[in-house]
Design a protein around this ligand. Structure first.
Ligand code: ATP
Ligand code: MG
Length: 183
């Protein structure tokens, strides 16, 4: 599985549809302070199922919707779509029937979030599991936020274990066991 495009619409400062093309090798994002570099990374985490407003630097989940500027009115929804190359067919069952996979998350004011995978309505949990199984995901150790290194150093053993489990790619199994125990 390989991410190759991220499209943001009405997400934070990206009011007009904006594509981030992720090519082979290293992709660098440069720009002045406040131009939206961190917002791009947050969009990636959000489409993979991030549900903690604090991780999105907001007070509530709707804070990701473009809030308006002097020349532009606020939006009613935000949408992020992630295009994934699945030619290696490593996506988990249920997502693995095509070479290309598109996961879309949309949040509408006063309605909440909805997800689609290749056009079909999908549960948040399934999207989270898809990425957890691919050892990426919203909480992936590959996505390092500012201040996260010191959090890791100061973490309690239990949360440090969770980080190691994510890195080992077994958190999908862990979530499934937890779900099975609830049933
Ligand atoms: P730095 O170099 O300082 O880290 P950055 O490029 O990472 O900056 P971001 O933090 O991604 O910048 O973007 C911050 C900008 O996004 C601010 O101008 C902020 O007003 C804008 N912003 C955040 N949320 C929203 C929103 N909901 N609606 C409109 N603009 C928003
Ligand atoms: Mg930043």
């Amino acid at each position: 599985m390989r991410f190759h495009k991220l499209r943001l619409t009405g997400f934070k400062s990206f009011v007009d549809p904006t594509d981030l093309i992720i090519q082979d090798g290293l992709t660098g994002v440069v720009g002045p302070n406040g131009c939206g570099k961190s917002n791009l990374l947050e969009a990636l985490r959000w489409v993979m199922g991030e549900n903690r407003p604090t991780a999105m630097r907001g007070g509530g989940m709707e804070d990701v919707i473009f809030a308006g500027a002097s020349s532009r009115p606020a939006r009613n929804f935000a949408e992020v779509s992630l295009h994934i190359d699945n030619q290696d067919r490593l996506a988990p069952a249920g997502f693995n029937d095509m070479d290309n996979l598109e996961v879309v998350r949309r949040i509408t004011r006063d309605v909440g979030s909805a997800y689609k995978a290749n056009g079909k309505d999908t549960r948040a949990r399934d999207v989270q599991m898809l990425f957890a199984d691919a050892s990426t995901g919203a909480h992936s150790p590959a996505l390092v936020r500012q201040g996260q290194i010191s959090e890791l150093i100061n973490a309690k053993p239990k949360s440090r274990r969770r980080i190691l489990e994510e890195a080992a790619g077994i958190s999908g199994l862990y979530q499934r066991r937890h779900e099975a125990e609830l049933k």
